[in-house]
Ligand binder design. Structure first.
Ligand SMILES: [Zn+2]
Length: 746
């Protein structure tokens, strides 16, 4: 569990918080195996007998004062009696007891009754493939699924389904694959005429991976796109013989969830559905009207971004709820450059704990690699995340892909989460008092994360298991707790010096995504601009940098817009500028596809702060040869490139990696860089540590089209994309901000 706060020294009260102009909060990556400094938890068992505070329910931790019979809660100060079993335990040498030796513990919990019965639950995976598609799409999907089959552990069950104007279910357990079809009614109201269970019993559909791998592959080979002839002979004929489309995603998903739901809690604890789509659902339930895209595009007078960001129907949000109730998590893979309205579809994946992937073409798609990567890493499910604070402050908002608990405040449910998934909170003071200036009690945050993992047979170390259970998957429930103490800042300089700019960026990104969803991209941009103006004003005020004189016209020239007195704040204007230049916040008129914007919103709202930094302001490293690094960091400006004189650059924009050879590069330098060189080693390291597979490009200036690389050199671009690219981009942005700051300070 990695936790990073916007400031490591907390403001003393709400006046100090306001005066700082900074967001106050933290990011948490609960399933990360290490903390933010690379240290793992103390492991143990019996999480259920860990003492809890009778007042605030916080867990006992290393910051609590312990007497022989009692302990004082480090969050609320309540004196609690020690249970007799704990008295005995805590009298042993402390390093053998996890909660006594570390403030970061990971403890096994006994399974509750219903889980007990299904400790042998098997992982279940279902692929649902769009046949209202192309040969290329199916080829790509096949190779992704073949990669997936290699990644699935023995004992997993796999089901293959297709959808178009009908749902196809494959039985691969017999000698030859058999497909059963159920036709989907074309209109948006009718349900399926037949339950899938009646077409094929679920346990016939779900095949053991280890024995059926070859037959699953054989069945995949038989997949063909449906032809228009097939469609018109099916139920897809509308009035006057007009073709009504044939992508019945909504009905197919609804039917699959109900189908799988019958074995939830019996055969499986979590089933994952991979839905592959090549365009918008246009048939049956949940069909989407994609003409709204054309209309917006035609008339530029409407705020297109505002019109295209909200969902057009609650259908997929409701469907996600059914998925969750059926124990299903949905990963959505959209391979299309057609407007697909991911704004409506996204809920299906993010609310069910899955991921959303968008590939604009089948040619350069990293879908198979993404699939393999996703299945190869551990995930936790059925998770509950709870953040507690000491009494002086409280969590205000929470951000990320989770469900709030209907009953308890500040309790979040996460259906499924991997080691990358990151969430954010911001804080507010509980009252006007704030932290007492002279108190010995520092602010404390405690994050508890309860989760279930499937332990594959080879991962079991417990030899006490009955032999009948050996070689089977087991469920394990665990409780991970991190308790952190912070300091308070005695003055504003101490706050500024303790800023973590990457975490500040994370909170800003969450906020602007929310604002742009509600009020449009224009509002999101305005919020960000205003935030930087206020921060700059507060900082200049705090350092007394501006002399107020009557009639002083050059006030803006005195303003320190670069935060030269405070290295921790220095990166922020650049980050804000880059965020404004990011497709996340660029205008529709600049050619940002609405589906791509939604994809970025979903991706950016789960990234941990350093990855997000890379996505917003890519890192640029120069090399003098493929084996020798020149400078570790360049600003994203053409001028910086030219003055550095290096022949090779490596740009990491999180989703894209670009190796760029300048036209001045010695022709004897090998291109592309050879496999065993330092640059390749660094590229591979970057790829390894990433949640998605970045696209890798090699570009030679003067020989290849360099647009992809040049687009990332944002500092010479105009911030709002309205004017021509000029050498004044970032510079004139700063001028503009300092004007606004001068206005604001007056
Ligand atoms: Zn307490």
């Amino acid at each position: 569990m990695a936790v990073r706060a916007t400031v490591s020294r907390f403001p003393i009260d709400s006046d100090a918080l306001e005066a700082s102009g900074l967001p106050w909060g933290l990011t948490v990556t609960p399933f990360a195996s290490k903390d933010e400094t690379g240290i793992g938890p103390a492991y143990g068992s019996n999480g259920h007998i860990l003492p809890r505070c009778e007042n605030c329910y916080a867990y006992f931790n290393t910051y609590c004062e312990l007497d022989q019979w009692a302990w004082t809660c480090s969050l609320c100060g309540t004196l609690n009696g020690l249970p007799s079993d704990a008295i005995a335990r805590y009298s042993y040498p402390h390093d053998s007891i996890p909660e006594m030796s570390s403030s970061f513990v990971d403890l096994e919990l006994p399974l509750d009754g219903s889980e007990e019965e299904m400790t042998q639950a098997r992982p279940v995976y279902v692929a649902a493939i769009d046949l209202s598609s192309s040969e290329e799409f199916l080829e790509l999907t096949k190779s992704a699924l073949l990669a997936a089959l290699e990644a699935l552990s023995p004992g997993s069950l796999f089901g293959l389904a297709t959808f178009s104007h009908k749902i196809g279910l494959y039985d691969v357990q017999g000698p030859i694959p058999v497909v059963k079809n159920v036709f989907i009614p074309p209109d948006a109201e009718s349900k399926l005429p037949l339950e899938l269970e009646d077409a094929m019993p679920l346990l016939q559909f779900l095949a053991p991976v280890e024995t059926c791998k070859d037959r699953i592959a054989a069945a995949l080979e038989t997949l063909r796109p449906i032809t228009s002839w097939e469609r018109s002979s099916g139920a897809a004929q509308g009035i006057d013989g007009v073709l009504m489309g044939g992508r019945g995603l909504g009905t197919a998903m609804e039917a699959l969830f109900n189908y799988l739901g019958s074995e939830f809690g019996n055969t499986f604890a979590l089933a994952r559905v991979f839905a592959f789509i090549s365009g918008p659902p246009d048939y049956g339930r949940g069909q989407l009207d994609t003409s709204r895209y054309g209309e917006q595009y035609a008339s530029k007078r409407v705020d297109a971004d505002r019109a295209l960001l909200p969902e057009q129907t609650p259908f997929y949000k409701d469907l996600a709820t059914i998925a969750v109730q059926s124990g299903v998590c949905v990963d959505l893979f959209a391979v299309t450059n057609e407007y697909t309205d991911l704004a409506s579809l996204k809920f299906l994946s993010i609310e069910s704990g899955g991921s959303l992937f968008l590939y604009s073409s089948t040619d350069d798609s990293t879908l198979p690699q993404d699939m393999f990567r996703m299945l190869n890493r551990p995930y936790a499910f059925n998770c509950v995340l709870r953040l507690r604070t000491s009494t002086e402050f409280k969590p205000l908002h929470s951000y990320g892909h989770f469900f709030p608990d209907p009953q308890y405040e500040n309790l979040q449910h996460i259906i499924c989460c991997d080691s990358y998934a990151t969430y954010a909170y911001d804080f507010d003071f509980a009252n006007n008092t704030g932290f007492s200036r002279h108190s010995r009690e520092p602010p404390v945050v405690q994050i508890a994360f309860q989760y279930t993992v499937v332990v594959p047979p080879e991962g079991l170390q417990n030899s006490e298991l009955p032999s009948s259970n050996r070689g089977k998957h087991l469920l394990q429930r665990r409780l991970r707790i991190r308790t952190m103490q912070f300091e308070t800042a005695q003055n504003i300089n101490e706050i500024y010096d303790s800023v973590d700019p990457e975490v500040v960026l994370s909170l800003l990104v969450h906020k602007v995504i929310l604002v742009s969803l509600e009020d449009g991209v224009r509002e999101g941009r305005a919020l960000l601009h205003d935030w930087l103006v206020i921060l700059t004003a507060q900082y200049n005020d705090a350092y007394n940098l501006v002399q107020y004189k009557n009639g002083n016209k050059s006030m803006s020239s005195q303003i320190d817009i670069t935060f030269s007195q405070c290295p921790q704040l220095e990166p922020l204007p650049r980050l804000v500028f880059a965020l404004l230049r990011n497709p996340l916040l660029r205008f529709h008129e600049e050619g940002v596809h609405p589906d791509y914007r939604i994809y970025l919103q979903c991706l950016f709202s789960v990234l941990e702060p350093s990855s997000l930094h890379c996505g917003i302001y890519p890192s640029l490293v120069s090399y003098s040869t493929p084996d020798k690094q020149a400078y570790p960091r360049h600003s994203l400006s053409r001028a910086a490139l030219i003055t550095s004189g290096s022949p090779i650059f490596f740009l990491d924009a999180y989703t894209t990696l670009i190796v760029f050879y300048t036209s001045a590069a010695d022709p004897s330098l090998p291109f592309p860089p050879p496999q065993d060189c330092l640059l390749r080693k660094n590229i591979n390291m970057v790829k390894q540590g990433r949640s998605i597979t970045p696209k890798l490009m090699f570009i030679r200036e003067g020989k290849d089209d360099a647009t992809a690389f040049e687009n990332y050199l944002i500092e010479e671009q105009d911030v709002d994309g309205s004017g021509f690219a000029s050498a004044r981009g970032f510079v004139s942005f700063l001028d503009d901000v300092s004007q606004s700051v001068a206005e604001y300070m007056k």
